[in-house]
Structures are given as structure tokens and as C-alpha cells.
Design a protein around this ligand. Structure first.
Ligand SMILES: *Cc1c(COP(=O)(O)O)cnc(C)c1O
Length: 412
């Protein structure tokens, strides 16, 4: 880490965490200690001395740094540089979808280019660095695939033992990736919250630290870098609308937090994008709660969708997702699997960009929102493609040619 790295890992910089805070009650918790959920069973949020950050991190200074995730160091929780772990968390590009979305105003933030091929790397790189800083030796986690892969990669790199539980129909490629990257991985006959219950039980017995989505405070901090990056990439403005594929909602909650922090730093104004939480109609607890006008989402029974990353029947941060969506003037939108697959197909064929199904869900939701007048064609929109399309099943390509027979070139 000391020679030849072009990442922001070399300089010791001050960090500015003051405390942690219960997202529900506002109760304060001490920083620099191992925490799970708050006393009322809700996520903890990391708070910073933003006045001090403002004094120490003028925007031009940021602009001079390499653009990876660690450029935001002053707004991240890791205290000691030696605890930083990295596999090259680059700033992900914004790709215009000129044909499949019907306009140049739609950008895809392509998170599939991150280590382990998904934006789970942002959350897990932070959670693992903090686990290292706080002396954790063993971690367990439930996963639909990508989170487990990112955890396994980073934890193996710093020598933390990992045990991962995934639903039995998790794609083979994810399970093998997790195993190869050094975790002990188990398929479980149930959904992700059933896997979460096993992790919770083992954690209560003191066997491991529970790194489930939002059950430790630092994945949000990693995920919030999506919001920071977006503002920097768009010249310190934000788009009119963001379509985010919502499972546990870490990214949506994180970006919303990042916007507030940037406003406090004087980096952006008070305008916010409309946040659209996109779910699959076969697993849409947040959409249902949004439409019913309630603050918490009930568990979604018999969850099913091709978009496994958003097949999350129950989210511990439900009220944070719903609050951000409502405060932004956005909505929670459900899209069916056929529309998701069609969006993936069109985007690949027309724009040359291979989305994951969850990314396809955001394009499908955008198209529907355009049709209903929820968004205008001129509005600047960002869709999140959260993982590389290469990890997912693709349609067959059955053409075959016998080179020993005469070739009908006209028919090719
Ligand atoms: C985890 C995941 C999501 C959901 O992200 P959250 O921020 O937890 O809501 C969406 N898509 C993919 C591919 C994922 O791996």
C-alpha cells in the first residue's frame, strides 16, 4: 500500500466522527466501539463534526485527489489509515442511455465496475475496514449473493474469518465466488430474512459479529459515497430524479444522508432529486407501505422475482427509505419481471450496456414513469445499475455453423 498506489491510501488524514445516533430516537452512542442496532432495534447513523470537515476539506482540495472512494476520507468513519482495505474502489462512470431510455437526459451510474462486480463493494469495504479497526475476528452475514461476495473478498484480504448464508436458489456463480474468495458459505432452504435469523442467533451466542444490511452502522457510510460521487461528477449539482433498486435500501438511505452532509458543508444547495425506490412487483413491501401511507413495511410473503438483489421481504431501515422517498417528492414503484427483462434486453441491444436485472428494474420503472407523466422527457435522471450484467443468466445464442459445409453468406 505504500508504493506505486494511485489511490488515496497513503496520507494520514484526520477523521471527524463525533458519535453515532439512533435513526429512530436520536439517542447518542459512543464512536470507536463495536455497535449493532440501537437499543430500539433500528439502524445507527454515523455523525461527523461537519464544521471541522468544512474547514479542513475545501472542494478544490478534493478535486486534486484521485477520484476513488477513499478521496472522501474525511466524511468516512475509518480513523487509522492502516485499517483501510482496498481492491480499487473506482469512481463509477455515468453512461447516457440514448436509445433504450429515449433521451440523452438519462444516465446510468454503472456500479458493475466496482470490485466483486457490484456496489456492495462500497458498503462492505467500509464495514470490513471498521470491523478490523474495532478488532472483530469473525463475521457472519445473510446474502442474496453480491454482499456475500464483497464481504468474502475484503474480509479475506484483512484476515477476518467469514461465514455466509444464502437462500438455496442463489445463483451458482455467486455462491462459488463467495467460496473461492475465502468464506464458508451455506445454502439455506429459505429467504434472506430466514438466513438473517440464523446469523442473528449465532451473534447472540457470541459466535460472530452480525454484518447484516443496516445492522451495523458502516455499510451506509460506504454506500453514501454514491451520492457524494454523483454530485462531484455532475459539477456539484444533483439530477432531477434518481431511480434506485431498493432491497434493504442502504444506498438510498446513504445517498440521502450524503446530500444533507454536502449541504451542511456548503457543497450543494437545498434542492434534492426526487428519489424513486424501485422494487419488483413480486416483492414490493416498500411500495405497498408507500401507497398505504404508513411508516413501516410489513413482511412481503412469497417473495419472488428475477431480480434477486431486491428480493428482500423485510427491511430494518424501512422507515428511513420511506421518509427519504416522501421528503424528496418521489415514489416507491413496482415493476414486473417481464418489464425488467425487456429493459435489460433493450439496453444491451440498443445501448450496448449490459445491466443486471436490478438495474433493468430501474430502467423499466423509468420508462413507466415517463409513460404516466411522473417524469418529463427533459428531466435529468440517474438510474443505478448496481452490478455487472455478466454474473447473471443471459438468453441463449444457439446459432451454429459447420465450416465443412458450404456457407450461405446471404443467410448470416
Ligand atoms: C444489494 C443489491 C441491491 C439492493 O441494494 P440496497 O442498497 O441494499 O437496497 C440491488 N441490486 C443488487 C444487484 C444488489 O446486490
Amino acid at each position: 500500500m505504500t508504493f506505486g498506489s494511485n489511490l488515496n491510501l497513503n496520507t494520514d488524514r484526520p477523521t471527524f466522527v463525533t458519535h453515532l445516533e439512533c435513526s429512530m430516537t436520536g439517542e447518542r452512542y459512543e464512536a470507536d466501539r463495536l455497535h449493532g442496532l440501537s437499543r430500539v432495534g433500528r439502524p445507527l447513523l454515523v455523525r461527523y463534526d461537519l464544521e471541522a470537515v468544512r474547514a479542513n476539506l475545501p472542494r478544490p482540495m478534493l478535486a486534486a485527489r484521485p477520484t476513488d472512494l477513499w478521496r472522501w476520507r474525511e466524511l468516512l468513519p475509518v480513523r487509522r489509515t492502516e485499517n483501510i482495505v482496498s481492491l480499487g474502489e473506482i469512481e463509477t462512470p455515468l453512461i447516457p442511455l440514448s436509445r433504450s431510455a429515449g433521451g440523452d437526459t438519462v444516465l446510468v451510474k454503472d456500479e458493475g465496475r466496482l470490485p466483486t462486480g457490484s456496489f456492495k463493494a462500497r458498503g462492505l469495504v467500509m464495514a470490513v475496514a471498521m470491523a478490523k479497526e474495532l478488532g472483530v475476528r469473525t463475521i457472519a452475514m445473510p446474502t442474496n449473493g453480491n454482499a456475500g461476495a464483497a464481504l468474502a473478498a475484503y474480509a479475506s484480504r484483512v484476515g477476518i474469518e467469514t461465514i455466509v448464508f444464502c437462500p438455496e436458489d442463489t445463483p451458482e456463480v455467486n455462491v462459488r465466488e463467495i467460496a473461492l474468495q475465502g468464506a464458508r458459505v451455506y445454502r439455506v432452504n429459505g429467504l434472506i430474512d430466514d438466513c438473517g435469523a440464523i446469523v442473528g442467533k449465532g451473534a447472540a451466542e457470541g459466535r460472530w459479529f452480525d454484518l447484516s444490511t443496516l445492522k451495523e452502522p458502516y455499510r451506509i457510510e460506504g454506500k453514501k459515497t454514491m451520492g457524494l460521487e454523483l454530485a462531484a461528477q455532475l459539477g456539484w449539482t444533483l439530477p432531477d430524479a434518481i431511480f434506485y433498486p431498493t432491497g434493504g435500501g442502504t444506498g438510498l438511505i446513504g445517498m440521502w444522508k450524503a446530500f444533507d452532509e454536502m449541504e451542511a458543508l456548503g457543497w450543494i444547495g437545498s434542492e434534492r432529486p426526487r428519489m424513486y425506490a424501485v422494487q419488483a412487483s413480486g416483492c414490493a413491501p416498500i411500495v405497498r407501505a408507500f401507497e398505504e401511507g404508513v411508516e413501516h413495511a410489513e413482511r412481503w410473503e412469497d417473495a419472488h422475482t428475477v431480480a434477486a438483489g431486491i428480493r428482500v421481504p423485510r427491511a430494518v431501515g424501512d422507515f428511513l427509505i420511506l421518509r427519504a422517498v416522501r421528503a424528496s417528492g418521489g415514489k416507491a414503484l413496482g415493476v414486473g419481471d417481464p418489464a425488467i427483462l425487456k429493459a435489460v434486453d433493450d439496453c444491451a441491444r440498443q445501448d450496448g450496456l449490459l445491466l443486471c436485472p436490478e438495474g433493468g428494474a430501474t430502467l423499466a420503472a423509468y420508462r413507466e414513469a415517463l409513460r404516466t407523466g411522473e417524469v418529463d422527457a427533459e428531466e435529468k435522471v440517474v438510474l443505478f445499475n448496481c452490478a455487472t450484467g455478466l454474473k447473471y443468466p443471459m438468453p441463449e445464442a444457439p446459432n451454429w455453423l459447420d465450416r465443412h459445409q458450404p456457407i450461405d453468406f446471404d443467410a448470416l
